[in-house]
Design a protein around this ligand. Structure first.
Ligand code: SF4
Length: 349
């Protein structure tokens, strides 16, 4: 008997264009299949994603994460969307690595406010062995000791650095693909797509869970979005966490004048992510500040089950914790416990 009566072990979807015989946990999606899913009529797509979501996850639970920039700005990379690149004049306040006490204090506050995952971001091209990395390892140990899932995003990482982070208690490492391999050079020229995939491999080899997703609204085509999801879904296992960001155009960056992404595009991207990577925690990330409550509710229905809470997302504004609590109450959602890790329901295999 399937949970909640849905039988999705093998689903047949019929819409006016496609008949898809779909295995739901797959690593061999083709570009055409994902494109067909992407183009499914909106309400059908929501229904399908919501059904899969209920199969693999408790739809009333949402992971609440907190993100702290432990080192801000002066980054040598040229990511076209990023206000922290030293190449663009964006007026952000740069600072060097925060002291351990400040990080732990912030983590404690976040935990008290309901966050179960604490992410630390440093604007580095790559991790360099030395005292700063040693300090980050101490931060990981200390936050882990608070009983929170600890995540870091520190740039490129070697296998031995990943192992040291794992030994310190790191639960997740974020390294986004950002976009498709084909569009990537329009966004970043200072490192390659293969560099990114290599870091993800190193993280995986060290036994740390992978957090990797992308950004929409950077001028990419639908095909680029599909190809990015194709690359992520071909990873075996899939990333445990997949953030879907809507670009926040920041004045001074090359993408500062991009048109904002519509809620419809965002929901569509979330549904397709949910369908092609059903076990992953899909994170509603940057851009949530511009979404209405109704828009966010649609995203949760479509399979998003993680948010960043707190008034700042690295350097950009984010909804206040109180607003999120209000939204959770309105929708009957509750925060997911730390280290829960969604168990695949047996019948889904
Ligand atoms: S590597 Fe990270 S911090 Fe540096 S410019 Fe790119 S996104 Fe920004």
């Amino acid at each position: 008997m399937c949970w909640r009566g849905y039988c999705l072990g093998r689903e047949v979807l019929v819409n006016e264009h496609v008949l898809i015989n779909m295995e739901i946990l797959r690593h061999n999606w083709t570009e055409k299949e994902i494109l067909d899913v992407y183009k499914t009529t909106f309400l059908e797509l929501i229904y399908r994603a919501a059904s899969i979501h209920r199969k693999f996850h408790n739809p009333l639970e949402v992971q609440v994460s907190s993100l702290l920039s432990i080192k801000t700005g002066a980054c040598p990379e040229d990511c076209a969307y990023c206000p922290q690149s030293a190449r663009y004049k964006t007026g952000i306040e740069a600072h060097s690595l925060l002291p351990l006490e400040k990080v732990v204090e912030t983590a404690k506050r976040s935990k008290k406010a309901g966050a179960t995952r604490f992410c630390m971001g440093a604007a580095w091209r790559e991790v360099k062995d030395g005292h700063e990395f040693d300090n980050v390892l101490e931060m990981v140990k200390s936050v882990n000791a608070l009983g929170m899932e600890v995540c870091c995003t520190l740039g490129m990482l070697t296998e031995s650095q990943a192992r040291r982070l794992a030994d310190a208690g790191l639960y997740a490492y974020n390294h986004n693909l950002d976009t498709s391999r084909e569009y990537y050079s329009e966004i970043i020229t200072t490192r390659t797509y293969d560099n990114r995939l290599n870091t993800i491999r190193n993280v995986r080899k060290a036994g740390i869970t992978v957090c990797s997703g992308g950004i929409i609204g950077m001028g990419e085509s639908i095909r680029d979005r599909v190809k990015m999801l194709l690359t992520l879904s071909s990873l075996n296992p899939h990333p445990e966490s997949v953030p879907i960001n809507a670009l926040i155009p920041v004045k001074g960056t090359p993408l500062g004048n991009q048109k904002p992404v519509s809620i419809w595009e965002m929901v569509r991207m979330i549904t397709v992510t949910r369908i092609v990577m059903p076990k992953a925690v899909v994170r509603l990330s940057a851009g949530r500040i511009n979404m209405s409550k109704e828009g966010q509710a649609l995203c949760f229905l479509a399979g998003a089950n993680s948010i960043f809470a707190g008034d700042k997302l690295l350097t950009q504004p984010n909804p206040e914790v109180n607003e999120d609590l209000e939204l959770f109450k309105l929708l009957g959602l509750k925060a997911r416990k730390a280290f829960k890790g969604y168990k695949i329901r047996e019948e889904a295999l």
